[in-house]
Design a protein around this ligand. Structure first.
Ligand SMILES: C[S@@+](CC[C@H](N)C(=O)[O-])C[C@H]1O[C@@H](n2cnc3c(N)ncnc32)[C@H](O)[C@@H]1O
Length: 155
C-alpha cells in the first residue's frame, strides 16, 4: 500500500485489501483511502506471512514493493498461495538490468540505496517470480529494461 498513491486509480466498485508492514505508511494511506470511492481495507501485514486463507483474491497488485521485501521469493510464494486459480498478479517493479555492464554496475552500487532507504536496485524479480512457482509470466519494459510491467496468471 505504501502511502496509498495508487488508490485514486481503483474503480468505485473495487473491493480492495491493502497491506503494508509499516504502520507509518498505512497512517499516511488512511486519508487517501477515505477519499477513494472504492471499498478499501488497510491492514498491517507482512507479505512474507499473509494472514489470509488460500485462494482468497481475484487479483493482487504490487508497485515498487519487491525491491525492499527482505525475502522476495517467500513474499511471492505467499501471493501465489492467496491468489485464486486463474487469478492475476499485476506488478510495476524496478529490477536489475539484464545488460551485463549495467547489471554489474547495479550490483556494485546496490549497497547505497539499501543503506539509505532499504531498497535494492539489483533484484532479479522475473527470476524470483518463477522461483515462487508461477509459470505464466508476461512482462514489458516501462523504462529501459529496469522498470517492468508484469502480468502473471496463477495456474
Ligand atoms: C516504495 S514503497 C511503494 C508503495 C506503493 N506501492 C506506491 O507505489 O506508492 C514500498 C512499500 O512496501 C512496503 N513493504 C516492504 N516490504 C514489505 C513486506 N515484507 N510486507 C509488507 N509491506 C512491505 C514498505 O513498507 C513500503 O511502504
Amino acid at each position: 500500500m505504501g502511502t496509498g498513491k495508487n488508490l485514486p486509480y481503483y474503480s468505485h466498485d473495487s473491493d480492495v485489501c491493502g497491506i503494508d508492514f509499516s504502520p507509518r505508511m498505512l497512517a499516511k494511506a488512511k486519508g487517501r483511502a477515505a477519499d477513494s470511492g472504492a471499498h478499501i481495507q488497510l491492514m498491517e501485514m507482512d507479505v512474507q506471512a499473509l494472514d489470509f486463507a488460500d485462494n482468497s483474491f481475484d487479483s493482487v497488485l504490487t508497485s515498487c514493493v519487491f525491491c525492499s521485501v527482505p525475502d522476495p521469493v517467500q513474499g511471492l510464494k505467499e501471493i501465489r498461495r492467496v491468489l485464486k486459480p486463474g487469478g492475476q498478479l499485476f506488478m510495476l517493479e524496478h529490477m536489475r538490468s539484464e545488460r551485463p555492464l549495467i547489471g554489474k554496475l547495479m550490483d556494485w552500487l546496490n549497497f547505497m540505496p539499501v543503506h539509505l532507504y532499504g531498497a535494492n536496485i539489483n533484484r532479479r524479480t522475473l527470476d524470483n517470480i518463477r522461483e515462487a512457482g508461477f509459470t505464466d509470466v508476461e512482462s514489458t519494459n516501462a523504462w529501459s529494461d529496469i522498470v517492468k510491467r508484469i502480468r502473471v496468471v496463477n495456474d
